[in-house]
Design a protein. Structure first.
Length: 272
């Protein structure tokens, strides 16, 4: 057993959906979360820049004595998960792409899979590569959705909200026309609009939450090495951001469905 915390990070607040998934699946696990709100978004940056920023993010997290790191960001995972894993060989580093791709490959019946994600994730081609690894004859239909994240962070997440429904429909229409039966939510913000996506795409569509799938993979791996927290452990949750603390706390409440006001700390990430 290992009661040390799990570190989770994202370029902003999206990774909090992975925190929520981890809390639901393993409530006794302690968590240290960092959102790089000073330098968000990462999605329109170069691979080299994303790598440099992410290395700083992990260096900060590791000051908290972690047993594992979850990169709860598709953009970072597709850009530099290999670099982060190599630099942190002392602890396991998990990303969100591999688990989601494998889950989608197993779920699809007609071998038609859709993906909605950020520009950087789409540009990387990482999902296409991993999906074809698991299912060589899969047909993949991908859409970059840059307008969704700002809308979600502004609170436009519910059915009946014309702003999110109309924007989502614009992105989803080309995928829906291809008769996909499975779709990956390739951004950790997107689980918050799951109901909006499901309503437009149809109830039969299987939605794959990249953050949620990565949590399952991580917990399975930790279980195999007897590294899960003891069942009677009282978990500790620490939240950090790099700018706009009050905004971070406000948005976190929407993502986590709990108020973390006064429990988050703003840090200078450039010091790492």
């Amino acid at each position: 057993m290992d009661n040390r915390p799990i570190g989770i990070f994202d370029s902003g607040v999206g990774g909090l959906t992975a925190v929520r998934a981890l809390q639901a699946a393993a409530p006794n696990e302690s968590i240290v979360y960092f959102g790089d709100t000073a330098r968000v978004p990462y999605g329109n940056r170069t691979k080299e820049d994303i790598t440099r920023l992410s290395q700083q993010d992990v260096r900060f997290l590791r000051t908290h004595g972690l047993k594992a790191v979850l990169v709860a960001c598709n953009t970072i995972t597709t850009s530099c998960i290999d670099v982060l894993s190599a630099e942190n060989s002392g602890i396991p580093v998990f990303g969100v792409v591999e688990s989601a791709a494998e889950a989608a490959a197993k779920a699809t019946k007609n071998k038609k899979v859709g993906i909605i994600a950020t520009q950087a994730t789409v540009r990387s081609g990482a999902y296409d590569q991993r999906l074809k690894h698991f299912l060589p004859d899969v047909q993949i239909f991908t859409e970059s959705c840059p307008k969704l994240v700002p809308l979600i962070e502004s609170g436009h997440i519910h059915r009946g909200d014309s702003a999110i429904e109309e924007t989502a429909a614009d992105y989803l229409a080309p995928i829906k026309s291809q008769d996909v039966d499975t779709m990956i939510l390739g951004c950790t913000h997107f689980p918050l609009i799951r109901e909006v996506v499901q309503a437009y795409m149809g109830s039969d569509l299987i939605l794959i939450d990249s953050g949620g799938e990565s949590v399952k993979t991580m917990l399975d791996a930790l279980s195999k090495t007897d590294s899960l927290a003891e069942k009677n452990t009282v978990s500790l949750k620490k939240y950090f951001c790099s700018a706009r603390l009050s905004d971070f706390e406000k948005i976190a409440k929407m993502f986590l469905l709990e108020d973390i006001h006064g429990r988050a700390t703003e840090i200078n990430i450039e010091a790492f």
